[in-house]
Design a protein around this ligand. Structure first.
Ligand code: PMP
Length: 367
């Protein structure tokens, strides 16, 4: 059962127990309608209420006004890698991708299929241990846009501060798949934000897009034939009901966002998430080098804590013993190996304490 598993999966990931329980209790009979929410028409009153409430909750939580359009799309963040350049990269411009890990590389590769790009900064040379210093980032006023990845799920690094992005003249676009709604941030410094839901805000299947109205207008002037389904304007004009949305995923998204609200909103979660991460980083820092964090301390993510042990053999042993103790999902991404604890919103402080205790006792046994 949920109670005795510690879920550190990177995504899809842990969901709040309350949200799962609510879904279970309403699964066959949503709101007295005698049907599951999955069985309702997406044009019917029951689903439409869920849909609009999901969008309204995004706006409330982020404190965003009508200056932004909130879209609920499909295709994951990976489809956004393509939709962004389709809608915004004109043939006479270059898009600027700040490279901070594999996901930003993938985003750039999709844009390379469609137009010209460059990287105003890249962490590749330091094996993505840190995000670039703001001063070193090259940008141009005529960049089609500047693309950043706010939290690097695989390497366990994150931008600590978004305030200076307001100095950039070109539109700023952020892939926030792995840290959206985990901390408060200045939305107004971004023109487009996208995130797959499956880490902090729900199950996979729904992708959140927040786009400023001026940028949305700009997409309509792009000198390219864009299929209707791939245009932001298509979805904005139809309130994300252009075609059948992933209704159950949207229902879960709404309930997860309302769980965030009920738990004090972004400020409260930010504090809780920082405390959780601190437990694990302290265990690394106090281990005399037994645990080696991948991220430079100045770029540490509060969502994905990445580390290795002194040998491959010990890393393997650690992961095996962890599994026996019902810690799930601690393997690092297949591209980098090692260990990774993903500690999104729904992962409890108790799970992090249990992992910390396990790390300490494993070290005592094997040092
Ligand atoms: N960007 C980031 C930062 C991610 O962590 C992920 C998924 N792990 C993706 C993009 C890709 O997302 P999806 O699988 O939803 O396409």
């Amino acid at each position: 059962t949920k109670e005795n598993i510690h879920n550190f999966n990177a995504g899809p990931a842990a969901l709040p127990a309350e949200v799962l329980r609510q879904a279970a209790s309403e699964l066959e009979n949503y709101n007295g309608t005698g049907m599951s929410i999955m069985e309702h028409s997406h044009r019917g009153e029951s689903y439409e209420h869920v849909h609009h409430e999901a969008i309204a909750t995004v706006k409330r939580l982020l404190g965003i006004s009508d200056a932004y359009e909130v879209l609920l799309l499909q295709g994951g963040a990976s489809l956004q890698f393509a939709m962004v350049p389709y809608n915004l990269l004109s043939p006479d411009q270059k898009a600027n991708y700040i490279l901070t890990g594999s996901w930003s590389e993938k985003a750039k590769k999709e844009a390379d299929h469609l137009g010209k790009t460059y990287s105003g900064a890249s962490g590749e040379d330091n094996n993505y241990k840190r995000v670039p210093d703001f001063e070193t980032i090259e940008t141009a006023a005529d960049d089609a846009y500047i693309h950043v990845t706010s939290n690097n799920t695989i390497y366990g690094t994150a931008w600590q501060d978004f305030t200076r992005m307001s100095e950039w003249e070109a539109p700023v676009i952020a892939d926030m798949s792995s840290d959206i709604f985990s901390r408060s941030f200045p939305v107004e410094n971004f023109d487009l934000i996208y995130a797959g839901a499956q880490k902090n805000i729900g199950p996979s299947g729904v992708t959140l897009v927040i786009i400023s109205k001026p940028l949305l207008e700009k997409t309509k002037t792009i000198a390219r034939n864009v299929p209707a389904i791939l245009r932001y304007s298509t979805h904005a004009e139809k309130a994300s009901l252009y075609n059948t949305p992933p209704t159950f995923a949207v229902y879960m998204l709404k309930n997860t966002l309302q769980w965030i609200e009920a738990n004090g909103g972004l400020q409260a979660l930010e504090t809780r998430n920082r405390n959780k991460a601190t437990l694990l980083y302290d265990a690394i820092d106090e281990s005399d080098g037994f645990y080696r964090g991948h991220a430079h301390p100045s770029s540490r993510s509060n969502m994905n804590v990445t580390f290795t042990l002194p040998t491959e053999e010990l890393t393997k042993r650690f992961l095996e013993e962890a599994k026996d103790r019902k810690f799930s999902g601690l393997n690092g991404h297949r591209s980098v190996g090692g260990c990774r604890a993903s500690i999104y919103n729904a992962v409890s402080l108790e799970s992090c304490e249990a992992l910390r205790d396990f790390m300490v006792s494993f070290q005592q046994k094997h040092r």
